[in-house]
Write a protein that binds this ligand. Structure first.
Ligand code: ACO
Length: 319
């Protein structure tokens, strides 16, 4: 028994914030942002828009492309670190709006790796017969936890959502999934307040990051991870058709592609359009490449992410 991706969807909020807009808000430049990160613009949720609103739009698109409705889904799993509420979880909020009445619904926090974690958990649940068809979403409103006065971080993040419908299948599908985490790096990238930890005196309570240290660990971890993926699956470099990476920084993505000896034409890049949308970025990039015809049925895809925690993960998919 395997699970396979039956449909994809994504959504970006209407409001666009360009690098030039940011020049007016903090001491930065379009040139600095583009050369260091590859980002040109990001989308920002409207005041009334929440993570579940973005997730809903992406989920509807994914369900349409899979040709299913709420009665066909029996598992909802949302990767997010910016949920609407403490509870009900975003999965339950989605379940209600989409008319899904069967099976569990939950969200899972793994920062930028949230979708990869969610896909891996859903795959395991489908393989073990606990569900037949899952809606797996990555959705974030990072703009709500970014410090808009801090140039080191505010230029990097954006809001968005991506989703897939994953269904039980006799054929692959997901052929391999591997997750990792190392909590010793908790202080390199974190939100400095939360539900049970109030913000400290003199703290903003918002996202904090030691960017260049994150960069180094991200590159090294992703390189080790892709080596493991190739080895465990007895794949030669060059056998993967598409790399669909977490869209945080073009230089991190280039380093991973180099390790795989993949030309950048085989890497799906959307970071310029929306910056780092955390858990949303991998399904967003996947949906873009499916809809523009680059990713075709039968292609071998490597989806990977790295994020706060640190957390990381890779999923190999025969699309
Ligand atoms: N505009 C202009 N100058 C800036 C900006 C900005 N927005 N931000 C920082 N600078 C300045 C710094 O103050 C520093 O100035 P100084 O030399 O006078 O002290 C200089 O630019 C260099 O700063 P560094 O932090 O060393 O720059 P670096 O080359 O490391 O690039 C960046 C910074 C883009 C954050 C990079 O480290 C990075 O991408 N790290 C990964 C972070 C990331 O992606 N995190 C997301 C979650 S984890 C993940 O998804 C992989």
């Amino acid at each position: 028994m395997y699970s396979r991706i039956a449909g994809t969807g994504s959504y970006l909020p209407e409001k666009v914030l360009t690098n030039f807009d940011l020049e007016k808000m903090v001491d930065t430049s379009d040139e600095w942002i583009r050369t260091r990160t590859g980002i040109e613009r990001r989308h920002i949720a409207a005041e009334h828009e929440t993570t579940s609103d973005l997730a809903y739009r992406a989920a509807v698109a994914a369900m349409d492309s899979a040709g299913v409705d709420g009665s066909d889904i029996d598992l909802v799993l949302v990767g997010t670190t910016t949920p609407d509420l403490v509870f009900p979880n975003v999965g339950c909020l989605l379940q209600e709006r989409l008319g899904i009445r069967n099976g569990p619904a939950f969200s899972l926090e793994a920062a930028c790796s949230g979708f990869i974690y969610g896909l891996t958990v859903a795959d395991a649940m489908l393989k073990s017969g606990q569900a037949r068809r899952a809606l797996v979403v990555g959705a974030e409103t990072m703009s709500r936890i970014v410090d808009w006065t801090e140039r080191e971080t505010c230029v990097l993040f954006g809001d968005g959502a991506g989703a897939v419908v994953l269904e039980a299948s006799d054929e692959p599908g997901i052929v391999y999934a591997k997750l990792g985490a190392d909590g010793r790096y908790r202080d390199l990238l974190y939100a400095s307040s939360g539900v049970s930890k109030p913000k400290e005196e003199g703290e903003s309570g918002l996202l904090r990051m030691k960017g260049n240290e994150v960069f180094k660990v991200a590159v090294k971890t992703l390189e080790t991870m892709v080596d493991e993926v190739l080895e465990s699956n007895r794949l030669d470099k060059g056998e993967i058709d598409w790399l669909i990476p977490h869209q945080a920084n073009i230089r991190i993505i280039q380093a991973t592609a180099k390790r795989l000896q993949m030309p950048m034409e085989r890497v799906v890049l959307t970071v310029a359009e929306h910056g780092n949308t955390s858990a949303a970025s991998v399904p967003l990039a996947l949906d873009v490449a499916v809809r523009d015809g680059r990713v075709k049925r039968g292609d071998l895809l490597l989806l990977e992410a790295f994020g706060g925690g640190f957390t990381w993960g890779a999923v190999l998919v025969r699309y």
